[in-house]
Design a protein around this ligand. Structure first.
Ligand SMILES: CC(C)(COP(=O)(O)OP(=O)(O)OC[C@H]1O[C@@H](n2cnc3c(N)ncnc32)[C@H](O)[C@@H]1OP(=O)(O)O)[C@@H](O)C(=O)NCCC(=O)NCCS
Length: 314
């Protein structure tokens, strides 16, 4: 098998838009501080929707955009760190709701790097001949694990889902998903946590910030190098949407002044594993990146984990 490519994207966001002013009614903060320090103007917060509901909605759109049907899908992978139920997993729930018959179906939890990890495992499965057409989904309901009295975290997170249909490439077709560069810094694992049975997200913000702005750019460059793509040739850079200052810091070190840089965080907040597919899906929907053009994805977060790869835009 030659490789795999993203055939189509789809996304879903809850309808409720929460502004910084609304959050300032809950904790001692203000719109100017949040915009300046994190770059967020609004985020979407789910109502009754579960992680599986949002994952299904995003996956259904990706499937419709791909021209494939449920019968074509033989693998479903959901990246999430906020699923409440331990079993059945979210992937099985998505498969049941979309009428996908007998797929391999599993969830993967590497927090905010989850989508890029999942894309890596799915690319490997397709190359190994273990699957042909897959749904890869990032879906999160971070509002379930947010302490709305903690101003260091509640300003940051949001809910949503993004999905990709990934399909095998023909033997004579160039691969559309470059080699994944992945890893972790487990010794810093306590820097972002969602611990225990009734958990709240907690973090050492400055330590995450320092790690993200120093350790990640060389790894993102490695992903470009392994794909044989010079950073200047990228059409877009879609990093995890953690903080605009982190995004700008990494982009500066990649030296990509002419490359489109996804900043969906401004309207969507940090949606963990959903942030990369959400941002990429919106770029595709708005036709901001030509089909086939190289796009660098780079996820990072809890664990601490990271993963990234260069993909061809669907
Ligand atoms: C969380 C984060 C925004 C905090 O920004 P920061 O510049 O590091 O802020 P600090 O924690 O140093 O706090 C600076 C001051 O702002 C105050 N502050 C903290 N949160 C505030 C808020 N929401 N509103 C207003 N003031 C706030 C602090 O109390 C502190 O005040 P002091 O100087 O009087 O003590 C930033 O560290 C960050 O984004 N880190 C990365 C986190 C991340 O991306 N996590 C997800 C990983 S996937």
């Amino acid at each position: 098998m030659a490789g795999s490519r993203i055939a189509a994207m789809g996304h879903y966001q809850p309808s409720r838009v929460v502004t910084n002013d609304e959050i300032a009614q809950l904790v001692d903060t203000n719109d100017a501080w949040i915009r300046d320090r994190v770059g967020i103007a609004t985020r979407r917060i789910a109502g009754d929707e579960t992680v599986a509901d949002m994952a299904t909605a995003a996956a259904g759109k990706a499937l419709a955009n791909s021209g494939l049907t449920a019968a074509d899908i033989d693998l479903v992978v959901v990246a999430t760190c906020t699923s409440v139920d331990r079993s059945p997993n979210v992937a099985c729930r998505v498969a049941a709701k979309l009428g996908i018959n007998a797929p391999a179906a599993y969830d993967l939890n590497t927090a905010c790097s989850g989508f890029a990890y999942a894309l890596g495992t799915v690319d490997h499965a397709i190359r190994a001949g273990a699957a042909r057409n897959a749904l890869v989904i990032g879906a999160e309901k971070l509002s379930d694990v947010t302490d709305w009295t903690d101003r260091s975290t509640c300003i940051i997170f949001g809910d949503g889902a993004g999905a990709a249909v990934v399909t095998a490439t023909a033997d004579d077709e160039p691969t559309g998903i470059g080699p994944v560069v992945w890893g972790s810094a487990p010794e810093k694992g306590d820097a972002v946590r969602i611990e225990g049975w009734r958990p709240y997200i907690a973090q050492e913000g400055q330590s995450v910030f320092r790690w993200a702005t120093t350790a990640l750019a060389p790894l993102a460059l490695q992903a470009c190098e392994r794909a044989g793509v010079d950073p200047s040739e990228l059409a877009a850079f879609v990093p995890h949407q953690a903080n605009t200052r982190i995004i700008d810091g990494i982009a500066k070190r990649l030296n990509i002044p002419d490359v489109i840089i996804a900043k969906d965080i401004v309207e969507s907040g940090n949606t963990s594993a959903a942030s990369i597919p959400l941002a990429l899906s919106k770029l595709v929907e708005r036709r901001e990146v030509p089909s086939g053009a190289p796009v660098l994805l780079f996820g990072f977060g809890g664990g601490l984990t990271y993963a990234g790869q260069v993909v061809r835009c669907p």
